[in-house]
Design a binder for this molecule. Structure first.
Ligand SMILES: Nc1nc2c(ncn2[C@@H]2O[C@H](COP(=O)(O)OP(=O)(O)OP(=O)(O)O)[C@@H](O)[C@H]2O)c(=O)[nH]1
Ligand SMILES: [Mg+2]
Length: 298
């Protein structure tokens, strides 16, 4: 049999479960996940390697409406992720009503050159009674190749999904080393891990207006030293992130350190700071400085 290799972009509104599916498919956490919408900000690559195939997935940020400079960056990164790909997975949340806007979006993609599979997520948390009327709305989408209900939590139908994905992959040699699961740098992954731990530990208090910058990343043989800064938008957010007697920040740092140690396979010395940058999401300059540079996507 010939080797197959292709690119798959995962699209869909915020919070539908795109990153969770990617992690499940590649068997490792390559893209961070949280109950907050707009968790993913960059296109994140996850690589699924098999005996005779390699599938390169591009996980994209879900966006509602473009409102600020960060949204513009995210929108541009989605456009970029659609160049030269072999298949689109368009994800709909199986626990919610499908929105007209989503149906229009998926229909537009399905009328394009790239084949589209609709993935209906989170069926573990839905029921057939709820799902059927929603699935019926998809009947009009005759250009869509398949509709596959799945659960990343229970693994339901993931083998079916994988089979369909492989059908659309062209023959060709592997594009990445066959033992890698992502092309993200350890430095980027470290900043994302800190952002993820912050999102979870600050769930109620702070909207997603934080960014994480890695100021230093010094790797030794058995110890990596990392200096990181969490940027937030308001002085009172800073207080919340630090917490009473610094307890919250300590907890974020501790959980982040453990997760980064697991990723790197050795000890990590992590120092964390919190700084305020007002309205950073509205400012091109600040958005660029925090690592979301539109020019990188040209
Ligand atoms: N019950 C259930 N929940 C899920 C499943 N997959 C994801 N979730 C939850 O849905 C929420 C959003 O998941 P993400 O993977 O971050 O969603 P996303 O589409 O990547 O979101 P953005 O990055 O914001 O666009 C998290 O709380 C997940 O735990 C699933 O199969 N079942
Ligand atoms: Mg995501």
């Amino acid at each position: 049999m010939h080797f197959k290799c292709g690119f798959v972009t995962i699209l869909g509104k915020p919070n539908v479960g795109k990153s969770t599916l990617l992690n499940k498919l590649v068997g490792q956490k390559v893209s961070i996940v949280s109950p907050k919408p707009q968790t993913t900000r960059n296109v994140v690559t996850g690589i699924l390697n098999g005996q005779d195939y390699q599938v390169v997935f591009l996980d994209t940020p879900g966006i509602h409406k473009v409102k600020n400079s960060l949204d513009e960056y995210m929108e541009k990164s989605i456009e970029k992720s659609l160049e030269g790909i072999d298949l689109i997975l368009y994800m709909l949340d199986g626990t919610k009503k499908f929105q007209q806007e989503e149906l229009e979006e998926v229909s537009a993609y399905a009328n394009g050159k790239t084949p589209v599979i609709i993935v209906v997520s989170k069926v573990d948390d839905s029921s057939m009674d709820r799902l059927y009327p929603e699935l019926a709305k998809l009947n009009v989408l005759d250009k869509v190749k398949e509709i596959i209900p799945i659960s990343s939590f229970t693994g339901q139908n993931l083998d079916v999904l994988k089979e369909y994905i492989l059908k659309f992959m062209p023959e060709g040699p592997a594009m990445y080393p066959t033992d890698s699961v992502t092309d993200s740098s350890e430095r980027f992954l470290a900043s994302e891990i800190i952002r993820e731990k912050s999102l979870w530990l600050l769930q109620e208090e702070i909207p997603h207006g934080i960014a994480v910058a890695i100021d230093n990343f010094i790797e030794g043989d058995d110890l990596t030293k990392i200096d990181a800064t969490i940027f937030c938008e308001k002085e009172n957010h800073k207080k919340i992130i630090i917490g009473k007697n610094g307890e919250k920040l300590k907890k974020i740092a501790e959980e982040s350190r453990k997760a980064i140690e697991k990723m790197l396979g050795h000890k990590v010395f992590l120092t964390m700071w919190v700084k305020v940058k007002e309205k950073w999401r509205d400012s091109d300059l600040l958005v660029n400085n925090l690592g979301y540079n539109k020019k990188d996507l040209d």
